[in-house]
Ligand binder design. Structure first.
Ligand SMILES: [Zn+2]
Length: 169
């Protein structure tokens, strides 16, 4: 078995409070939301670990690639996702606030997964100007029953503009 890609040996660092270690790590991470997911491409983390005695702070960035379905045209889209990290690792972590710190190593994977999951788009768009399904590719009627058509509402319909002009004072 290969070593987990985001595991950093810290035995020496932990004994020198104030000491810093900059590492660049890369490996695949599985992060999946209903709307988007990380691709199989490596996530690259460029972080600095700083020993604080009993705890360890980790700051830096992580970059990955995501793919998902455009909420309007339903075609596959994607892009780069970069997150800033500023996390605390300690032997007895607080759920939802800090992450576990081992004696000899720290695994950054849980922190990376969480940060990247929060950064994935909840409603992907292939392009701000995406006009929705290509009528030729999606025969009329196929998507009629779908609930999530909120975005399909035209912002301004010229006919309503004409009605607006007919306000009764
Ligand atoms: Zn689209």
């Amino acid at each position: 078995m290969s070593r987990p890609p985001f595991l950093v040996p810290i035995a020496e660092l932990a004994q020198r409070p104030g000491a810093r270690l900059r590492v660049r790590l890369a490996g695949p991470l599985q992060v999946e939301l209903s709307s988007a997911r990380l691709t199989d491409d490596d996530v690259v983390a460029d972080v600095t670990l700083e020993s604080q005695g009993d705890t360890m702070t980790v700051t830096g960035t992580a970059t990955g690639w995501w793919e998902g379905e455009c909420r309007r045209c339903l075609e596959t889209t994607g892009g780069e996702v970069t997150v800033r990290l500023s996390e605390v690792f300690e032997p007895h972590p607080t759920e939802g606030e800090t992450y576990p710190l081992g004696r000899d190593a720290v695994d950054l994977e849980p922190a990376l997964r969480e940060a990247l999951a929060l950064a994935l788009p909840l409603a992907p768009l292939c392009d701000e100007a995406c006009a929705g399904p290509d009528p030729d590719a999606h025969p009329v009627g196929v998507a009629e029953d779908e609930e999530d058509e909120v975005d399909a509402q035209p912002a301004t319909d010229p006919r309503w503009g004409a009605l607006d002009a007919l306000k009764f004072d």
